[in-house]
Design a protein around this ligand. Structure first.
Ligand code: ADP
Ligand code: MG
Length: 459
C-alpha cells in the first residue's frame, strides 16, 4: 500500500530527530504538515515563506535524500504557505493541536522552489530588488540587458563587495528573460562550479558534451568570476565559450567581487573581453536604502517588525545586505524561539555581539558555560570533558569552547585544558567552525544568543 503524506513525514521526522536539536525541531519542523504526495512531489505546508526558504537553505537535500530512502523513488519537496499553521508555531506547549476540519488543502506554490535546470532561485527577482543610489546603475544596466538580451550591453560586468546584491541581480536577469522570452535558454553558474565541471569533463572525457551545453545558451550568467584567477585552462575554456556566444549575439553577464583590472592572474585577452561591454559597480547602500530593504524583506516574508526596530537595525548594520537580512532573521527567529515580542531593547540585546564587542563579564566560569550548553543540547555535562567524539556531543562541546573563548579571558590552552585536556588547536578549530555556522545559520545564531543571555544572567 502506498504511504500517505503523513506517514512519510512522520518517518522523516523520526529519522531527523536524532540529528537536530530539540529547539530546531520545535521551531522549524513541528509547524510543518505534509499535505500531499504524488510519487514525485511531497507537498509540505509551512506558516510562511520565511520557513520554506529556511528549510530549503538548510535541509532541502537532507529531506529529499531521506524521502528517497523511505519511498524508494526520487521525490522533490515543495512548499505551500498556510498561515493557519503560524499559530501552532507560537503555541508549542499545546501538544499535537487538532487541525481545523474541512480546511481546504493549500495549493502548492511551485515558484517557491529552486529552478534546477537554470539554477535560478525564486527570490532573486527585479521585483524583490530595492533600488537606491548605491546600486541604481547596476540595476538599470541589468534590466536593460534583461529586456534586450544580446542587444544592449554585452557583456555586462557587475562588481561590488560581499553581500551587496550581485548574485541577486544576475539571477534577476535570468528570471526576467525566462519570463519575457520563454524560448531562450538561460543558465546561471558560479565560476567555481564552471571550473569544477570543466575539470570533471576532462577527466571523464566528456568535453564534447560540456561544450555543447554552453554553445546552445542564449543567456549565460557567470557569478563570482574572480574565482577563475590563476586557473589558466578554465580561463581558456571560458574565453572560448564567451567568444562563440558573443559572435552569435548571445548575452553574457558576469559578476565579480572586484573590477576586471584588479583580478590577479588573469590572461589579458579574457580581461579585455570582460571590459568590452558595460562595467557597473554596486556600492554599500545608504541608510534609506537599508531601511527600504529591511521593510521589503519583512513584508515579503510577512514578518511583523516594528518600524523603530527596522530603523535600529539599518542604523547599526551598514556594510552588507546579507548581514542586514541576517540580523532581521536573527531577531525574528529569537522571538519565535522564546515566544516574546520584538522590540528595540530586545533587538539591541540580540545584535549586541555584532554591534559592539561584548565587554568581558568577570564572573562567567567555564563550568557554568559547560553546564548551560549541555542542558540545551540534552547531553551529560561530563561529556564536555570526555573523549567521546560523536557529533551530538562534539558539536555542543565546540559551541561551549567558542562561548568560553568569546565570553571569558581564558587562553585557548587553558580552555583546552578545561575541556578534558584538549590541545589549543582543537579550541581554535572549534572557534572557526562555530563562527562560520553562526554567520550562515540564523536559527543557530538565535539559539546561541539565547544561550549567551542565559550564561550572562548566571544560568
Ligand atoms: P552578493 O552576490 O553581492 O554577495 P547577494 O546577491 O547574494 O550578494 O545578496 C545578499 C542578500 O542581500 C540576498 O539575500 C539578496 O536578496 C539581498 N539583497 C542584496 N541587494 C538587495 C537589494 N537591493 N534589495 C533587496 N535585497 C537585496
Ligand atoms: Mg554572490
Amino acid at each position: 500500500m502506498p504511504l500517505t503524506p503523513e506517514q512519510i513525514w512522520n518517518k522523516v521526522i523520526a529519522n531527523l530527530k536524532d540529528s537536530i536539536s530539540p529547539e530546531t525541531y520545535e521551531l522549524w519542523f513541528k509547524p510543518i504538515n505534509a499535505v500531499s504526495f504524488d510519487d514525485k512531489f511531497l507537498n509540505l505546508s509551512v506558516p510562511n515563506k520565511f520557513f520554506s526558504d529556511w528549510i530549503q537553505d538548510h535541509f532541502q537535500e537532507t529531506l529529499e535524500n531521506l524521502i528517497g530512502q523511505i519511498t524508494g523513488s526520487e521525490v522533490k519537496v515543495i512548499y505551500s504557505v498556510d498561515p493557519n499553521s503560524r499559530k501552532l508555531m507560537l503555541e508549542t506547549e499545546n501538544e499535537d493541536p487538532v487541525p481545523p476540519e474541512n480546511e481546504p488543502t493549500p495549493k502548492p506554490v511551485p515558484e517557491t522552489s529552486f529552478n534546477e535546470a537554470m539554477q535560478l532561485y525564486p527570490k532573486y527577482t527585479f521585483k524583490q530588488f530595492v533600488v537606491g543610489g548605491s546600486n541604481q546603475f547596476a540595476q538599470a544596466t541589468a534590466e536593460a540587458v534583461a529586456n534586450a538580451p544580446g542587444n544592449a550591453y554585452n557583456p555586462l560586468f557587475i562588481y561590488g563587495g560581499v553581500g551587496l546584491g550581485k548574485t541577486h541581480l544576475l539571477q534577476a536577469i535570468g528570471h526576467h528573460v525566462k519570463e519575457k522570452f520563454p524560448r531562450l535558454s538561460v543558465f546561471y553558474i558560479t565560476a567555481e562550479r564552471f571550473t569544477n565541471e570543466f575539470i570533471e569533463s576532462i577527466q571523464k572525457k566528456q568535453m564534447i558534451a560540456f561544450r555543447a551545453k554552453y554553445r546552445n545558451l542564449d543567456l549565460f550568467l557567470i557569478d563570482d568570476v574572480q574565482f577563475i584567477s590563476g586557473k589558466p585552462s578554465s580561463q581558456e575554456e571560458l574565453f572560448h565559450v564567451f567568444n562563440s556566444m558573443y559572435g552569435a549575439h548571445k548575452q553574457v553577464a558576469f559578476a565579480s567581487d572586484r573590477p576586471p583590472k584588479d583580478i590577479q592572474k588573469l590572461v589579458e585577452r579574457l580581461r579585455s573581453r570582460f571590459q568590452w561591454g558595460v562595467i557597473a559597480d554596486i556600492q554599500p547602500p545608504d541608510l534609506e536604502t537599508r531601511v527600504a530593504i529591511l521593510r521589503a524583506k519583512a513584508e515579503s516574508e510577512k514578518l511583523f517588525v516594528p518600524d523603530d526596530v527596522l530603523l535600529f537595525i539599518a542604523g547599526e548594520i551598514t556594510a552588507n545586505i546579507r548581514d542586514l537580512e541576517g540580523s532581521l532573521i536573527r531577531i525574528v527567529a529569537f522571538s519565535h524561539v522564546t515566544g516574546t515580542e520584538i522590540n528595540i531593547d530586545r533587538a539591541k540585546e540580540i545584535l549586541k555581539d555584532i554591534i559592539t564587542k561584548d565587554e568581558i563579564v568577570g564572573q562567567i566560569t567555564i563550568d557554568s558555560i559547560q553546564k548551560i550548553v549541555a542542558r540545551h543540547f540534552n547531553i551529560d555535562f561530563r561529556d564536555m570533558k570526555s573523549k567521546r567524539r560523536t557529533a551530538t556531543i562534539a558539536f555542543p562541546r565546540q559551541l561551549a569552547m567558542y562561548l568560553t573563548r568569546t565570553l571569558t579571558e581564558f587562553s585557548t590552552t587553558e580552555i583546552g585544558g578545561s575541556f578534558g585536556g584538549r590541545d589549543h588547536t582543537t579550541v581554535m578549530y572549534a572557534n572557526e567552525k562555530i563562527k562560520a555556522k553562526l554567520s550562515n545559520d540564523p536559527y543557530f545564531a538565535a539559539l546561541a544568543n539565547k544561550i549567551i543571555l542565559e550564561i550572562k544572567s548566571g544560568g
